[in-house]
Design a protein around this ligand. Sequence first.
Ligand SMILES: NC(=O)c1ccc[n+]([C@@H]2O[C@H](COP(=O)([O-])OP(=O)(O)OC[C@H]3O[C@@H](n4cnc5c(N)ncnc54)[C@H](OP(=O)(O)O)[C@@H]3O)[C@@H](O)[C@H]2O)c1
Length: 320
Amino acid sequence: MDNRRLGTTQIEISPIGLGCLQFAGRGLAAQFYSSPEAITEIVRTALDSGINWFDTAEMYGRGGSERALTTALHELGRSPGEVVIATKWSPAMRIASSIHRTIEDRVAALQGYPIDLHQIHLPHGGFSSIERQVRAMAELSRAGRIASVGVSNFSARQMERASEVLRSYGLALASNQVQISLLKRDVERNGVLATARRLGVTLIAYSPLRSGVLTGKFHDDPALVKAMPRIRRLLSGLSERALVRTAPLIDELRAIAEAHGASIGQVALSWLISFYGNTVVAIPGATKPHQAKESAAAMNLRLTDQQLTRLDELSRSGDE
Ligand SMILES: NC(=O)c1ccc[n+]([C@@H]2O[C@H](COP(=O)([O-])OP(=O)(O)OC[C@H]3O[C@@H](n4cnc5c(N)ncnc54)[C@H](OP(=O)(O)O)[C@@H]3O)[C@@H](O)[C@H]2O)c1
């Protein structure tokens, strides 16, 4: 599958990137996931499998994920500029000038790798308006500190506002990172997808495997649900009832996967990066090298129109 442009920028990204929340190492975010076995091996596998970009954030272990990712890239001999890096500023309890104040921290944590995309992590939690935050991002872009500006978890109206502010600087909003998967399709109802298409904004789908549910592993072994950290159980919407509700979708994914010699998760990712055309790219996370390899290989899978439609229909009854 061909690379895609990030929004209307000149930045080319693979339809699947690697989510690096799993590299947080410490803090609240780290507790959601099991510790990755070997970050360098995960990053190597992702790159060898055709992934050319990585999504990280200040909030993931207070820079721990950014440092772990770029340490791995250095170890693998990848020069700055060879890969695309997206990170995020956290607005929690801060005012917009913190975007300027913390840029040196981001640069330090990324150890020489440029910021291709800087995102506002959340539309709430900060003490300044979205307008002020976006203006601060625009100033960083004008100063050449970041290559493009994105947002995350923004509504359609908030995207419009961010886009307007950026336009006044001669810039365009590159992306909105939101949760999308076969089990989370509210972008179709809340105007985010339509707005993204109209504005030429890329939607970066986070939790595209619904925290692992769309690999079928919890359906195969429901005992895994209980073993999951509580926070992650809440985030993934997993419960015994949810397993029952989503079983027909998982069964269909399994049948399609068998027909292609692929895995359930690969079919779920392939649907996500095909069904919405070029607007949606996905950033599955991985705690093991083989997971990164498997997710990346979804870029080589071609589902038929009939399979795409069948999954569309079935997922509507499992979607929350
Ligand atoms: N902007 C935001 O607010 C926001 C919020 C959440 C996430 N994100 C971003 O999105 C990325 C991905 O989201 P996510 O990590 O929440 O969910 P996800 O990608 O849907 O799920 C990742 C988890 O699925 C499991 N998995 C992956 N490949 C697998 C395979 N082949 N077989 C079995 N299990 C597999 C792993 O679980 P185990 O841990 O059990 O191995 C992995 O930790 C994050 O890394 C982060 O960059 C952004």
